[in-house]
Every structure is written in C-alpha cells, then in structure tokens.
Design a protein around this ligand. Structure first.
Ligand SMILES: NC(=O)c1ccc[n+]([C@@H]2O[C@H](COP(=O)([O-])OP(=O)(O)OC[C@H]3O[C@@H](n4cnc5c(N)ncnc54)[C@H](OP(=O)(O)O)[C@@H]3O)[C@@H](O)[C@H]2O)c1
Length: 251
C-alpha cells in the first residue's frame, strides 16, 4: 500500500529489529523523517547504513529518565509508534515471580506510557494533531499458556490507548492499538527455537490458514498514523487473519 508521509516526523521504538524495523523502513520510504529508537546499537547501525536519512536513538526504554531526556530533545513530532516489547512465556501464573512480571510490564507497558507522555505533551504545546500507535497483540485480548506477564502487559496497553485517546482527543491527537497475531520476527523465531510451536498453532487457528507477512502489519500501522484514519481513535485494530474468531483448530 502506498502512503505519503512527506513533511511528517515519526518516532518508532524497537526499530532495530522485527516489526519496528519494518515500520521505520516503510515510513522512510514514504517520505517521513524517522527517529528510530532501540536498545542495541548494532541493529540501528545496520538500519541507518541502509537508510541514512533515518536518525538513530540508542536507549533502553526501561531507563525511564534517560529515555525521557533523549526524546524530550527531539523536534515536535506528528507520530509515535510504541512498538518495543519483549515476550515472556516462562512461568505458569501461580509460579510467576514478581521480578518477571515487573520486567515485562516495564518493557511493554511503562515504556510506551513514558514515550506517549513526552511526545504528546510536545504535540499539545505545538498544537500538532498527531497520532500514536501502540503495538499491542492478540495477547491483549486472549490468553496464552504461561502468558500472565505478556497478556496483562498488552491488555493494559490497550486500556492505555483508550485513556490517552479520551484525554488527547480534544487536542486532535489520536491513539490506537494494533493487535497482530503472528509475524515471523527475531522474537518469534527465538520462541519457536525454544520449543514453542506458535507458528503451527497460529496457522491452525487462523481462518486464512497462514501467518501475517510483515507488510500486512506494517500497512495497518501506517494507516493508523495517517490522515486516512482521521476519525479512528481509542480502538483495538486486530490484524489476525481470523484467528480470534475461531474457537476450533483445523484437523
Ligand atoms: N512478532 C509477532 O508475531 C508479534 C505479535 C504480536 C505482537 N507483537 C508485538 O510487536 C512488537 C515488536 O515485536 P517483534 O516481534 O518485532 O520483536 P523483536 O523482533 O524482538 O524486536 C523488538 C525490538 O524492540 C527492541 N526493544 C525491546 N525492549 C526494548 C527496550 N527496553 N528498549 C529499547 N528497545 C527495546 C529490541 O531491541 P534489542 O535488539 O535490543 O532486543 C528489538 O529491536 C512487540 O511489542 C511485540 O509484543 C509481535
């Protein structure tokens, strides 16, 4: 799908790998000035080698104050994609240690709240009618085995989208979640290598009978950032190939 983001400025978190990298590249190719934030410098180096107009920001989003300092310095933006996140499927709910729950909430939820606060305040001051997209998951809407920290982080992110949407709407700023099922990224490859057959389950449940291609989640994110979705706010935009509407598996 083609979008025109000429003259627009967007920050994408977790842009070193996976979905975030896909979004950063698609935005850059659509004429956008992209700020790509991620934790590991080498992944951002390889991104900016390919796309020199992208501005890298190395930061660990779990360091709230350092991240705040780094993104407060940016010019006023038109968009923010809170994409960075980690998976967690290590413990049954009854055994899940506090530290594990806190680590996932820190990475997946608080990081997005921090970035939204900083970027939205600057949008309000400059009277920019921006758009914030939170990359949630179908895991915010349905549970996975051993998924307590991940599932609650994404469910809470969806509620954060609604609260921010409610409060920022009067300023013309929209906030939405996208809730993808499975896209093959380094995160998912690692989970499969560790013995979780997520791909087989997702294909068996999806009425479309396949995983998402990268562009099939990147395009909906660009749509939510763009004026094509000018009256869409506070929504959970599920992109799952019909997975959640199916309570059976193919046999
Ligand atoms: N892939 C899927 O099927 C799928 C499905 C549903 C939802 N999601 C969500 O989509 C988002 C992206 O997932 P993905 O599959 O693309 O993951 P990925 O391949 O692991 O990439 C995640 C990126 O986020 C960065 N990141 C993670 N925590 C960070 C932190 N504290 N500070 C800065 N950067 C951080 C990672 O940096 P490092 O390189 O340093 O690790 C990496 O570049 C996540 O929020 C995930 O929950 C993915």
């Amino acid at each position: 799908m083609s979008f025109d983001f000429s003259g627009k400025k967007v920050l994408v978190t977790g842009a070193g790998k996976g979905i975030g990298r896909g979004v950063a590249i698609a935005l850059s190719e659509s004429g956008c000035k992209v700020y790509a934030l991620s934790r590991t410098k080498s992944t951002l180096d390889s991104l900016t080698e390919e796309y020199p107009s992208i501005t890298p920001i190395v930061a660990d989003l779990c360091d709230w104050e350092d991240t705040k300092k780094k993104i407060e310095k940016l010019e006023v933006l038109d968009g923010l994609v809170n994409n960075a996140g980690i998976s967690a499927h290590d413990y049954a709910a009854v055994d899940c240690p506090r530290e594990n729950i806190c680590k996932v909430l820190d990475n997946n939820l608080l990081s997005a709240i921090n970035c939204s606060q900083v970027i939205a305040k600057k949008m309000i001051e400059a009277k920019v009618k921006g758009s914030i997209v939170n990359v949630s998951s179908i895991g915010g809407l349905a549970s996975f085995p051993n998924g307590l920290p991940y599932n609650i982080s994404k469910a809470a992110m969806d509620m954060a989208s609604k609260v921010f949407a409610l409060e920022l709407g009067p300023h013309g700023i929209r906030v939405n979640s996208v809730n993808p099922s499975l896209v093959m990224t380094p995160m998912i490859r690692e989970l499969i290598q560790n013995g979780l057959p997520l791909d087989k389950t997702a294909v068996a449940r999806s009425s479309m009978g396949r995983l998402l291609e990268m562009n099939e989640i990147v395009d909906p994110i660009l749509y939510l950032l763009s004026d094509h979705s000018a009256m869409v706010t506070g929504q959970m935009h599920v992109v799952d190939g019909g997975l959640l509407c199916n309570i059976t598996t193919k046999i």
